[in-house]
Design a protein around this ligand. Structure first.
Ligand SMILES: C[S@@+](CC[C@H](N)C(=O)[O-])C[C@H]1O[C@@H](n2cnc3c(N)ncnc32)[C@H](O)[C@@H]1O
Length: 277
C-alpha cells in the first residue's frame, strides 16, 4: 500500500544510499521517469521489474497535469497490492517530479501511502565536485537559471538548470559574481566537466549547474590564524592557543558562554558576532 519516492543520487550507482537500495530491492515495480534514472535503477533491479512512465518536458500545465494523472492511475493498482517505488535522480524533494506525483496521488488515490528515501542531491554533490566548502556561518541559496537567466542577490548561490551558460555567465559577472560550472557530476552517462569558462559548456545539457559567489567575499575562518603565526613556532602556537580560548567561549573575566554541541569544534565562531550557528 506504499509508494516509495527513492532518491538515486546524482547518477553514479555507487552513490545510492543503502536504504534506497533496500527500497528498490523490496519493490515489486520500480517506476522510472527517464532514461538516466532507469539506467541507475537497472544496477539494482532486473529489467522486468522496471516500469517506465512518460513525463513530457513542457511548461504546459494542462499537459503536465494529464501526465501526472495518467502516471498516478498506472501506479495506484500496483501500490494497492504491495510496495512499489518511483525513482528520481538526486533527492525526490528537490526540483523533482515526485512532488507532483505525490500530490496527484493524494488527490485521486488517497488510500495510497507515500514515503520518501532521501538521495544525494546535486545541491550537496556539487561541493565536492567543484571544491567548494560551505563554511560555518555562510549562507547558501538555491536558484534556477534556465534559458540564460542570471538570478542575483545572495552571496552564494547554487544555480540549477543552467541551459545557456554564456548568457547566464554574463549577467552574473556583471552583478559581481565569480562563477564555476559543473556538468554531469558523478554521472556515469556522458562526460563530466568542471570549468569556470562558460564557452566550454556552451552547448545545452540539462544536467548542468553553477556555483556563484560574490567576488571579494570576506571569509572569517578560525584556521586563518595559522597563516599569521609565522616565524617562531612556539610563539605562533601561543597566539593560536589564545585565539582558541576566545573561540571556545572564554571571555574577559573568565566568564564562559553557554555553547551548543555544534559549536564544540569551532563550527559556530560567528555566533559570537550575533549570527545563528
Ligand atoms: C529537475 S532538477 C533535479 C534535481 C535533483 N532532484 C537533485 O536533487 O539533484 C535537474 C537539475 O539538477 C541539476 N543536476 C542534477 N543532477 C546533476 C548532476 N549529476 N550534475 C550536474 N547537475 C545536476 C542540473 O542543474 C539539472 O538541470
Amino acid at each position: 500500500m506504499t509508494l516509495y519516492g527513492v532518491g538515486l543520487g546524482p547518477g553514479d550507482p555507487g552513490l545510492l544510499t543503502v536504504r534506497g537500495k533496500r527500497a528498490l530491492e523490496a519493490a515489486e515495480v520500480v517506476y522510472s521517469p527517464g532514461r538516466l534514472s532507469r539506467s541507475v535503477a537497472r544496477e539494482y533491479v532486473p529489467e522486468e521489474r522496471i516500469g517506465d512512465l512518460d513525463f513530457p518536458m513542457t511548461k504546459d500545465e494542462e499537459e503536465l497535469r494529464r501526465a501526472w494523472t495518467e502516471a498516478a492511475a498506472a501506479i495506484a493498482p500496483n501500490a494497492r497490492e504491495g510496495e512499489v517505488a518511483f525513482v528520481t535522480l538526486g533527492d525526490p524533494n528537490v526540483y523533482s517530479t515526485f512532488g507532483h506525483l505525490r500530490r496527484t496521488l493524494e488527490m485521486f488515490h488517497p488510500d495510497i501511502e507515500t514515503d520518501l528515501v532521501p538521495g544525494v542531491s546535486a545541491v550537496t554533490a556539487f561541493t565536492t565536485a567543484l571544491g567548494v566548502e560551505v563554511d560555518a556561518g555562510a549562507g547558501l541559496s538555491l536558484r534556477e537559471a534556465a534559458a540564460g537567466t542570471s538570478p542575483t542577490g545572495p552571496d552564494r548561490m547554487v544555480l540549477f538548470k543552467v541551459t545557456d551558460a554564456p548568457a547566464t555567465h554574463e549577467g552574473l559577472v556583471e552583478a559581481g559574481y565569480d562563477v564555476r560550472y559543473g556538468r554531469r557530476l558523478y554521472m556515469e552517462a556522458g562526460e563530466t566537466l568542471v570549468t569556470d569558462d562558460p564557452h566550454e559548456i556552451a552547448d545545452r545539457d540539462y544536467y548542468t549547474l553553477a556555483y556563484a559567489e560574490k567576488r571579494d567575499l570576506e571569509k572569517k575562518r578560525a584556521t586563518a590564524a595559522f597563516e599569521t603565526s609565522e616565524g617562531d613556532s612556539e610563539s605562533g602556537l601561543a597566539t593560536i592557543g589564545d585565539e582558541r580560548e576566545e573561540l571556545a567561549g572564554i571571555v574577559d573575566g573568565g566568564t564562559r558562554i553557554e555553547r551548543s554541541e555544534g559549536c564544540e569544534h569551532g563550527d559556530c565562531i560567528h555566533a559570537q558576532e550575533g549570527e545563528n550557528a
